[in-house]
Design a protein around this ligand. Sequence first.
Ligand SMILES: NC(=O)c1ccc[n+]([C@@H]2O[C@H](COP(=O)([O-])OP(=O)(O)OC[C@H]3O[C@@H](n4cnc5c(N)ncnc54)[C@H](OP(=O)(O)O)[C@@H]3O)[C@@H](O)[C@H]2O)c1
Length: 323
Amino acid sequence: MKAIHFPTYGSPDVLELRDIDIPTPSADEVQLKVHTAALNPLDWRRLRAKPFFVRAEEGWLRPKTPVLGADLAGVVTKVGANVTDFTVGDAVFGDVSMGSLAEYVCAKPDYITHVPDGVSLAQAAATPVAALTALQGLVDHGKLKAGQDVLINGASGGIGTYAVQIAKAYGATVTGVCSTRNVALVQSLGADHVIDYTQTDFTQQTQTYDLILDNVNNYTAAQLHPVLKPGGACVVAGFKGLSNMLGIMLSAKRVQRKHNKTVTSMLAKVKQADLITIGEMLADGRVTSVIDRTYPLTEAAAGLHYLETGRARGKVLVEITPA
Ligand SMILES: NC(=O)c1ccc[n+]([C@@H]2O[C@H](COP(=O)([O-])OP(=O)(O)OC[C@H]3O[C@@H](n4cnc5c(N)ncnc54)[C@H](OP(=O)(O)O)[C@@H]3O)[C@@H](O)[C@H]2O)c1
């Protein structure tokens, strides 16, 4: 099968399209024929081993799992003896952690779910990492409630485009922060207010929020907490660098104690229940995946170069098996 081989750490230019063996599922796995994969910043961070501690997970000298990609949608082609929830021919989507930039991959059943009727494989493939981060950031970490004032920093990116729609679906009044060229996009997703960060710094205004989901990580806790209402929460999902993130983590307790507000970082987890929720939201139209660009498998490296610019609008996909 064709796969995007990841032989060494480096820029997307180190990636090679190779012919490798089709993986065989264990008794606890399913084998999938991948239709579409989605790219995430975590893919280029793994590729570049940036920050360096990525190597603790991925391999100190070279990558242990040399096929890149996490998000996907595809069709079940084989089912392990202990798997009961899936049968050959089922359309599924999920986050397989590693290996989705290939024609076939094996997956643990807990990390995938069925694509609902009426939802395209491309729409589903776009969601796992980004939409789960948005959902968990807003609902699990941010305790989102109807009627709250919610600000989404980085509203036009992969996480942000889902976060605006999810916050609206939960009944919040939503403010999206993006640059001038993305104002119309963020409005079209349902944002009640849009702040153009090239004109206005949201941390310098008088408006305050019950909940901020920060997908950029370009502010300190000292800059963020004054924009929160009393008892409010800011969940930082974005990762700009170790020092920014450590700053957020180290100030969390002080902000809580002195100001009765929460500024915390989060790490999303693959949960099948959340994939099911996102599938339901896609099916009934509460959420639509914003697809910026779709690359063929042969040009996956170009897709990663583009994502790395930090200018993607919604999601960047890689089509592996054209319909
Ligand atoms: N915590 C977790 O579990 C988790 C999970 C997934 C991802 N992440 C991290 O979350 C971050 C966002 O991920 P993503 O998939 O949404 O990335 P992305 O799709 O690459 O984000 C690109 C978007 O960010 C916007 N942006 C860039 N600078 C901005 C600024 N100063 N203010 C507002 N918007 C800005 C860009 O809009 P303009 O072009 O208009 O600037 C663009 O639309 C990344 O750092 C990623 O590593 C964390």
